[in-house]
Design a binder for this molecule. Sequence first.
Ligand code: GLC
Length: 611
Amino acid sequence: MRLPILLLLVATAASASDLDWWKTALIYQIYPRSFKDSNGDGTGDLNGITEKLPYLHDTGIDAIWLSPIYRSPNYDSGYDITDYRSIQEEYGTMEDFERLLNVSRSLGIRVVLDFVPNHTGNESEWFNRSIAGEAPYNEYYVWADGLNATYDNGTVYTKPPSNWISNFRKSAWEFNEVRGQYYLHQFVIGQPDLNYRSNYVQEAMKNVLRFWLDKGVSGFRVDAVNKLYEADPNNYGGVYPDEPLSGAANAGPDDYEYLSHIYTENLLETYDVVYSWRDVLDEYITSQGEYKIMMTEAYAALQLMIRYYGTSTRNGSIPFNFSFLGDINKNSTAWEIKTVIDRWMTYMPSGRVANWVIGNHDQSRVANRQGVDRIDAMNMLALILPGVTITYQGEEIGMEDGYVSWNDTQDPQACNTDDPINYYLHSRDPNRTPYQWDSTAHAGFSNTTGSTWLPVADNYLTLNLAAQIANPKSHYHFYKDVVTNRKSPAIQEGDLDTRALSESILVVTRLLPGEAGMLGVVNLASEAQTIDLTSLRLLPSDLEVVASGVNCALEKNATLTKSSIPVSGHCALLFRSGVVSYGGAASTHYLSYPLILLALASYTIIRTNFS
Ligand code: GLC
């Protein structure tokens, strides 16, 4: 009895779309340094983002996620935060942020921020007070005494508290002369790890969430969440236990891959912290009339990932699904891609929301990872599968990794290799080069007279947004057409079916009774093929092309039947079908007609009330 009343109350404060928006949101990741420079200093900024919001609105984006915009010395491109509550000067001011928020809101675009809970920057006030031993900051970080050790020649020395290695190479411990202890940094030296065994830290971080929620943001992407906890020395005789060797080939003693990280990631305490953040976000549903999204970043085994969703009694986050990044490459077959999709859908707990990530600021671009020929296919798959889609800036036009010389390299993951020859194998700079808006100087990213913070990729003269807008047969128009059709009831709510018809033909259907069906077809091979989909019995026979990729001969608006569909090599097509019936006419027994009518009537009522 109480639930309907509660629902009614919530429904009066917030519309159904404000409560459900996140379940099928198209989220666009903006890397602020590289999106748009408004003041000519060669670095992207908040006003640049605001200037481009109409473009994102026009493209059909539901929300933007901004990589960190907070004050930072940039040892790790803003993921080393000096102050969680202030804006990085080169990006603008708090007023600029508030304007961005207001303009976004007026365009119907929600704003999601990056929340970096594992570490602060080493220039933060918290860290300085911790160094000074001032309570309660003294326990904010993971501090430990060094261990006494003896060289073979008998000389005694102090070594770090354990053999742990930073994600960016070399010891994860750094000695601090003032405090006389080592602190843990799972990433660069300038990113000291926070101590989640401190209740003060737990509370302080919740208050950071509240600070931005009070400003009206629509949620958070949570950084490196599976690194929050490390083994508790109390369970290991008072010391931090060494991690065992992984045995990984090609990993040297300084490389992160050298060890098996059984004591420094995926500790079970992590999940409760995530659930507690969910509770904080939920405090705002009634007051702000909007559900707040939380997406967590963890590169971990699937079984560990899905626990972030929550339990039967607690809600959690949407764990980023990185399987398109890690498990699909240039040579993946339709069989393999189908398996990757099905795997997430199979493991995801029932009733939770799926998500698809095809790129981000840490990974090579789709064009390089999966091949230029697969840009449309990967964009389409991510957009037509159930749940949330995350597009990294530039993927909608198929940007490629740029060349960044050793001298221009900024990424600590590359700099820490100390290897001017092979650094690029580790560098994330190539996928962070400035957005290619047009063919003018600096690709229209900046009007600086100097240089941009990272060089613009050479191919910008031909590969840029303006050129693609002018060309109806472009990645951008294909992306936009798919996004338009993503709003259809079938893609929003329809049942999913994936089929690999052969090694190279992948078919995805989204069918919802009473609505036009949607059908995505991908040909991974270079040869054209004609396919017969009569075996998909629930799919209506009449089809119309609603989005046609750059390699397809079939054009938009072409009509055909499902028994014979010609698909060019490396082509991705999206079709709309006729209306999906409520049951095969031939098999419908006359006794079931009243039931069907009843179902139709209730369905219409529900849709009218909640859409
Ligand atoms: C996440 C970020 C990455 C950053 C790291 C440390 O993986 O995506 O860019 O370097 O965390 O904050």
